[in-house]
Design a protein around this ligand. Structure first.
Ligand code: XMP
Length: 509
């Protein structure tokens, strides 16, 4: 984001780097994450208004640890060191860091012992998240200690003249009460931030950049039905109306009404939407296939083929757009070079079509920001609030062979389940139904039945890497069970999945 005040989050391997960058953005300041190895020259080339150095798993005094240059600490740019980041500041400036006699992990009480712009509007009694084995035992010259805990006499320090601040605890997590105020104080009291970053002006800038990049040329985009590609389409069609061509491959494994929702959401946008109903083609390829990995592979390959067939019919299109978002960029090693997402549905296409550029207007955004942009652009909630949905769709939520009958059954049952859970005030992070391959005996009226077992899955998670099963009220489960067994022919028994991740995964296949 050119012309925006920028905070650089310098990453030393801490698990909360994304969270720090997101907090800064939530507070109205643009932030980017750079690796802790980045040279001072490169860091300064971003002209940052401030730098936050993250935590990290290593000890600053070990030879293989990354350390920033003294030159950076003396540059006059405000720096907030967090955990390892603060220890590094102390170590580089000739303070002392040692292994602590008592490690602190978890929420701890602390005290602000000296007035500081960092702790403005924060009460003197702190509740903070600590997670460290090393600690500073001697602060560098010119610094003062501003907070302590029982086991950590130097829990925060500062050198106000040099604009250097450090906290041993993690202000970015919610377990640190008032953590957000502390970050806000750093941004607005110390870095003099203007608060010039929000989704409205992100959209304006992105539109200008798309126009500049694309000119009068056409752009091709694969719509998947997910949030990222949908928001990407809405943004590009707003920037260059009538120059965007979207291909939406309906593999037949979408949830109830989903394919229609995608088509409707774009009906009034200035773009050309090519919706391909390839459901028969996919079902045929999957006949007799039961192995989850084979299902995924076949679906992935078929997707590429259908997409490419359609794209090649269009003739030469100069630009390819994709909904790459900031976490994709971070994962691929700061993503300096734009690469085609490997899981994307356009494998093999770029060479054949000779694209001369990639359009990725969401590259700078976190998922929650993508949703915000979608709302700003008027996309319906059915799309902007969509839960994660695997590329192979319902095909990996039907255990065993996939048939049209099973798909119809699952679609109906899943729809009822999601509608009922959608009424809850506090909804799980992700919830869906799975059609098992087991049939059991039952009785309905006076008749013996032999129908399928449906499994209900609902999880609570922040990052989808680990998850707990959701505690759904019994009365809600009972209503769902009655509704599905009454309304969906062929399903006669319902079970609720009570496994976390690990040991299970969220999906069943
Ligand atoms: P698992 O089952 O691995 O799922 O615990 C973690 C999250 O990823 C989603 N998921 C996928 N998303 N393509 C995707 O885009 C896939 O093939 C895929 N498989 C799983 C899953 O729904 C959950 O949110």
């Amino acid at each position: 984001m050119k012309d925006k005040q920028t905070i650089i989050v310098l990453d030393f391997g801490g698990q909360y780097k994304d969270l720090i960058a997101r907090r800064v953005r939530e507070l109205g300041v643009y932030s980017i994450i750079l690796s802790g190895d980045t040279t001072t020259k490169e860091i300064l080339s971003y002209n940052p208004i401030g730098i936050i150095t993250t935590g990290g798993p290593k000890s600053v005094y070990k030879t293989d640890s990354s350390l920033c240059d003294k030159e950076l600490l003396q540059s006059g740019i405000p720096i907030l060191g967090i955990c390892y980041g603060m220890q590094m500041m102390a170590y580089v400036l000739k303070g002392t860091v040692q292994s602590a006699p008592v490690s602190e992990y978890g929420q701890t009480s602390g005290t602000v012992i000296s007035e500081s712009p960092l702790f403005e509007k924060v009460s003197n009694d702190l509740k903070v998240l600590m997670s460290h084995t090393d600690r500073i035992t001697k602060i560098p010259e010119g610094f003062t200690v501003t907070a302590c805990t029982n086991d950590c006499p130097i829990a925060a320090m500062e050198n106000r003249d040099k604009k250097l601040y450090g906290v041993q605890f993690h202000p970015e997590v919610t377990h640190t009460l008032k953590g957000k105020t502390i970050i806000r104080n750093f941004l607005y009291n110390i870095c003099n931030a203007k608060g010039d970053y929000n989704m409205k002006n992100y959209i304006e800038t992105a539109i200008e950049e798309i126009r500049k990049q694309v000119g009068n040329e056409q752009v091709l985009l694969g719509l998947s039905g997910g949030v990222d590609s949908a928001v990407c389409a809405a943004l590009i069609s707003k920037a260059v109306p009538n120059q965007l061509v979207c291909i939406f491959v309906d593999h037949g494994f979408m949830r109830k009404n989903e394919a229609e929702e995608v088509k409707q959401a774009f009906a009034d946008k200035s773009l050309k939407l090519i919706a391909v109903d390839a459901s028969e083609r996919f079902l045929k390829k999957l006949e007799g296939v039961t192995d989850p990995e084979r299902k995924r592979k076949i679906i992935g390959a078929e997707f590429v083929e259908v997409f490419n067939d359609e794209a090649l019919k269009l003739g030469r299109i100069k630009f390819l757009a994709q909904g790459t978002i900031y976490p994709d960029v971070i994962e691929s090693g700061n993503g300096k070079a734009a690469t085609i997402k490997s899981h994307h549905n356009v494998g093999g296409l770029p060479e054949k079509m000779g694209f001369s550029g990639l359009v990725e207007p969401l590259r700078g955004l976190f998922k929650d920001e993508v949703r915000k942009v979608g709302r700003e652009l008027g996309l319906p909630a059915a799309i902007t609030e969509r839960q994660p949905f695997p590329g192979p769709g319902l095909a990996i939520r039907i255990i065993g062979e996939i048939t049209k009958e099973k798909l119809d059954m699952l679609r109906e049952a899943d729809y009822i389940y999601r509608a009922e859970l959608g009424k809850l005030k506090k909804k799980p992070s992700q919830y869906f139904a799975v059609l098992t391959n087991t049939r059991t005996v039952g009785v309905m009226g006076d008749e013996r039945t032999y129908g399928y077992v449906l499994a209900l899955r609902a999880v609570v998670t922040g990052d989808f890497m680990t998850a707990d099963y959701a505690h759904i009220p019994q009365s809600v489960l009972a209503r769902i069970s009655t509704r599905i067994t009454n309304e969906v022919h062929g399903i006669t028994r319902i079970v609720y999945d009570i496994t976390g991740k690990p040991p299970a995964t969220i999906e069943w296949e």
